[in-house]
Design a protein around this ligand. Structure first.
Ligand SMILES: Cc1cc2nc3c(=O)[nH]c(=O)nc-3n(C[C@H](O)[C@H](O)[C@H](O)COP(=O)(O)OP(=O)(O)OC[C@H]3O[C@@H](n4cnc5c(N)ncnc54)[C@H](O)[C@@H]3O)c2cc1C
Length: 263
């Protein structure tokens, strides 16, 4: 099937992109999710606003406590270490496990967050890292914690005309440890279950995330392996036992691997 007809804009800067998004228009970044939706006519915007190589959305700004990444940075930039990393290698590791290289060359961090596929890697990893999604729109700029930005599977706070301009990721202490365990049928596929953990005692941070659960990933209250497994059992009681077992396996391996993957 071919997409329905649409206008195409490639704005010169961020202001022009925001202007072009007023009306029935959608941003297109890497096109890895949107193109199939257009082809299947699940999305039929009157216009596409191409932000893939938009210079304002490729910027990186470093502060002592966080790094802000432009939304149009591709996964490959993180995988290749072409951008600064304040997470002791976690973002690089996560990026390298997304799909396969051709997808990582085009797919962007902002596009992935906006699409809000519950099985996507960035949303779980960035929730564990306590990142903020920076959204620019008619109401100005808002920095959303991931679990407030994502309202459910494929559903976010984004309104027509809004654009994710970046994501701000707190810097981990040098002694911080992390683990990210993704269960998928074969390399290059979306996750069936994700366990993501960030332990940064110097900053008083310990965050455990259970992801790929059809809705927004959940931040667990548990602080130990056994407590985390029990919490998954109770919070995902409506899931089939086999699915729960998968989440528990991802979580156990992440928690047990904490430290081994921190280099
Ligand atoms: C074969 C295949 C395998 C994949 N496997 C994985 C995987 O294992 N793990 C994983 O995490 N992902 C996976 N993906 C998804 C991929 O990583 C892309 O990140 C994701 O599809 C969206 O990014 P994009 O830049 O291509 O966005 P697009 O497809 O261009 O856009 C997606 C949606 O986001 C909106 N959008 C894009 N950018 C912005 C923005 N800055 N602000 C507001 N809205 C925006 C668009 O309007 C559209 O609605 C896979 C994709 C494919 C095709």
């Amino acid at each position: 099937m071919k997409p329905a007809a649409f206008d195409y804009n490639k704005p010169a800067d961020l202001a022009a992109a925001l202007h072009a998004l007023s009306g029935d228009a959608k941003p297109i970044a890497g096109g890895q999710s949107l193109t199939p939706m257009l082809n299947l006519r699940l999305a039929r915007p009157a216009a596409l606003v191409d932000i893939r190589r938009q210079a304002d959305l490729l910027k990186i700004s470093e502060a002592p406590d966080a790094i802000r990444y432009g939304a149009a940075l591709p996964h490959a930039a993180f995988e290749d270490g072409a951008v600064p990393d304040g997470t002791n290698g976690m973002m690089r590791h996560v990026a390298g496990g997304i799909a396969y290289r051709a997808v990582r060359n085009r797919g962007t961090i902002g596009g992935s967050i906006a699409h809000a596929d519950p099985a996507a890697d960035w949303i779980s990893a960035l929730l564990a890292l306590d990142a903020r999604v920076i959204v620019q729109g008619a109401k100005g700029e808002t920095a959303w914690p991931l679990d407030r930005f994502m309202l459910g599977g494929f559903t976010t706070v984004l309104e027509a005309g809004d654009l994710i301009t970046g994501v701000s990721v707190p810097r981990l202490s040098p002694s911080a440890r992390w683990a990210y365990y993704k269960i998928c049928r074969k390399t290059g596929e979306f996750a069936k279950a994700i366990g993501a953990v960030v332990s940064d005692p110097d900053r008083g941070v310990f965050r455990i995330v259970c992801g790929a659960i059809e809705v927004t990933p959940i931040l667990l209250e548990a602080r130990s392996v056994e407590a985390a497994l029990a919490e998954i059992d109770s919070r995902l009681a409506d899931h089939a036992p086999a699915a729960r077992q998968l989440y528990k396996t991802a979580m156990r391996r992440a928690l047990e691997g904490l430290g081994e993957t921190s280099a």
